[in-house]
Design a protein around this ligand. Structure first.
Ligand code: ATP
Ligand code: MG
Length: 580
């Protein structure tokens, strides 16, 4: 039942198709009761010796016509029903991806990629099967069985029907117990399939690390363990599945024995004719399918509803962050102000930012420096609205950031993350990711500003070169400059550069920074870096340590202060002069 509820939207939308398929199935089942009766009648005529040639011709012709009609009708309902299966799979996959795009990083921390892939493949498939094949088996069971039973009673004998069907309740009971077990085992098998996906993904994307540490054999062994687990769990499911069919055969065999034994007795008692006994046994044979269908139905339904539960769990997770009911409209992000913000990641037990404050006017540049792990990236991420923050701590144009529509914020901000995120597309598509309509001139300009033009000239297909998964064929510095070109192309109000030039040499870095300064005059930029020369021109610099601001000021003020910044600056200058 819960399965139907979860897919109510689909059944409501497609009820006409289901109604047509079910009506056709009912028709087929009704028509199928005619031939056995005709055969029984013919046999009675033979026994009485009054079968005429024309009667026989008639019967044969009618049987052939019926078979053809049933064929056409069955074709129609099968295509109709299984079309629904394919459609529900497509719709569910669309829903799932649509939902995933609204989820924040915390969701992906809770749900691994492999598990999400298992949802989109195996689970969606199981749901599709239930809404096609499952519906078929259900209708088959109900309609098939009731039509046959009614025909048995009305045309032959109530007593005989009752006797022959004594074993049936045992079948229902056994299938019910088995079905519950199937569900439990199937859930375990799906979870294990998800874990296998995770492992495969990691092995493939991490293949270079694995090779360089000569861990291939070890990784293969570990993978073997995971696949064995999947095999073992799936085997446990199929072991139960395998029980369904023999069980049905057993029960059907019992029914047959009773049918033939008790039926013959009734013939001797002259309660039924020989023809009726034969018709009855053909009807009993026709009950096999509904019974097998019943077993199949329970089996498919259990798997489908287990999968529907899994999918539902993912689909009903709300985004961690939603817009306030009536967001405040802000025309332009003028001043940015942080007032004593303390921030802790959802699963962390100590804060990554502690009581951080600063102010930045539009057009200014903020530099954020400090030791590794001091909270620089965390500070930048506050502008991406990925995690909930305490209200009234971060303001844009005097409005608390949680009152500004998230789409508005995203439209203002361009972000160059510390870890590169490239798609396995061409360089051009990667650069134009945030602005598909960019003209070739705009792209060329962005490339120029990011000092990336020379590199592209050396690529086999220039801008059309495919970079491979996550840019495997680019150097670290090339990836960084591609990411910068991508951010500069959208010409945003606020630019966040998270250690974005760490892999290029000092001279190239200086050139790019100069371009950025010129290009972005009048707009706001936030830069984090380990190389202090990248922020020496900034209007204000924060030095973080364990999430706290330990020094702040302009470059001159910090040099004068003589703390961490000064010490670091002197050391870096000395290293630079040694290198020269
Ligand atoms: P680096 O110079 O190495 O880039 P950083 O200054 O950018 O370092 P952050 O990435 O901001 O440092 O991390 C600050 C602290 O927050 C670290 O202790 C880190 O372990 C923690 N942290 C970062 N990201 C997460 C996360 N998603 N969940 C939990 N803790 C996190
Ligand atoms: Mg960082």
């Amino acid at each position: 039942m819960s399965f139907v509820l979860k897919l109510r939207w689909f059944f409501q939308e497609r009820w006409k198709f289901y109604a047509l398929a079910v009506s056709l199935m009912i028709g087929v089942n009704l028509l199928a009761t005619i031939p056995p009766k005709m055969i029984g009648n013919t046999i009675d005529h033979i026994q009485k010796g009054n079968l005429s040639a024309s009667q026989l011709h008639h019967t044969v012709l009618l049987l052939v016509l019926l078979a053809l009609l049933i064929y056409v009708m069955a074709y129609l309902w099968i295509t109709n029903l299984f079309g629904n299966s394919a459609l529900v799979e497509k719709l569910l996959r669309g829903r799932l991806l649509g939902h995933l795009t609204t989820m924040s990083p915390a969701f992906f921390q809770r749900n691994s990629t492999g598990q999400l892939m298992a949802l989109a493949t195996n689970d969606v498939l199981a749901i599709g099967q239930t809404s096609g094949y499952g519906v078929m088996t259900l209708v088959h069971t109900i309609v098939g069985a009731s039509v046959v039973i009614v025909t048995m009673v009305s045309l032959i004998s109530f007593k005989l029907m009752l006797a022959a069907l004594i074993p049936l309740p045992f079948l229902a009971l056994a299938i019910n117990i088995l079905g519950k077990k199937v569900r439990v085992r199937f859930l375990a098998a799906q979870a294990s399939f998800g874990a296998m996906n995770d492992h495969a993904l990691e092995s493939i994307s991490g293949i270079r690390v694995i090779r360089s540490y000569v861990q291939e054999a070890h990784d293969l062994k570990a993978f073997d363990k995971v696949t064995s687990d999947v095999m073992h769990k799936n085997r446990r499911v199929s072991m139960l599945n395998a029980l369904f069919q023999p069980l049905t055969s057993l029960i059907v065999g019992l029914s047959y024995s009773i049918g033939i034994g008790y039926g013959s007795y009734l013939v001797f008692q002259n309660e039924i004719t020989l023809g009726q006994l034969i018709s009855f046994n053909i009807y009993l044979g026709m009950l096999i399918w509904p019974m097998i269908s019943f077993g199949e139905f329970i089996n498919v339904l259990q798997r489908g509803s287990a999968s529907a539960d899994r999918l539902d769990k993912a689909l009903t997770q709300k985004p961690d962050l939603v817009d306030v009911d009536t967001p405040t409209t802000v025309a332009m992000p003028e001043r940015i102000e942080m007032k004593g913000l303390t921030f802790t990641y959802p699963i962390a037990n100590h804060p990554s930012l502690v009581d951080v404050s600063f102010q930045l006017e539009r057009g200014q540049t903020l530099g954020i420096v400090g030791r590794t792990g001091s909270g620089k990236s965390t500070l930048l991420k506050q502008f991406l609205r990925q995690y909930p923050i305490e209200s009234g701590k971060l303001f844009v144009s005097g409005v608390p950031i949680e009152h500004i529509a998230m789409d508005q914020m995203k439209a203002w901000v361009a972000y160059v993350p510390q870890e590169h995120l490239l798609l396995s597309k061409s360089i051009r598509d990667n650069i134009a990711l945030g602005k598909h309509t960019a003209s070739p001139e705009e792209i060329a300009h962005a490339v120029e500003m990011a000092s990336f033009a020379q590199d592209i000239a050396g690529m086999p297909d220039g801008l059309s070169t495919i970079v491979g998964e996550n840019g495997v064929m680019l150097s670290g510095g090339q990836k960084q400059r591609l990411a910068i070109a991508r951010a500069l192309l959208i010409d945003s109000e606020i630019l966040l550069l998270d250690d974005s030039l760490s892999a290029v040499d000092a001279r190239t870095e200086a050139r790019i920074l100069q371009h950025i300064r010129k290009e972005r005059a009048g707009r706001t930029t936030l830069i984090t870096t380990h190389r202090l020369s990248a922020v020496s021109h900034a209007n204000w610099i924060l030095v973080l340590d364990e999430g706290r601001v330990i020094e702040e000021g302009t470059h001159e003020e910090l040099m004068h202060f003589g703390g961490w910044y000064r010490e670091q600056w002197d050391r870096q200058q000395m290293e630079a002069s040694l290198e020269d």
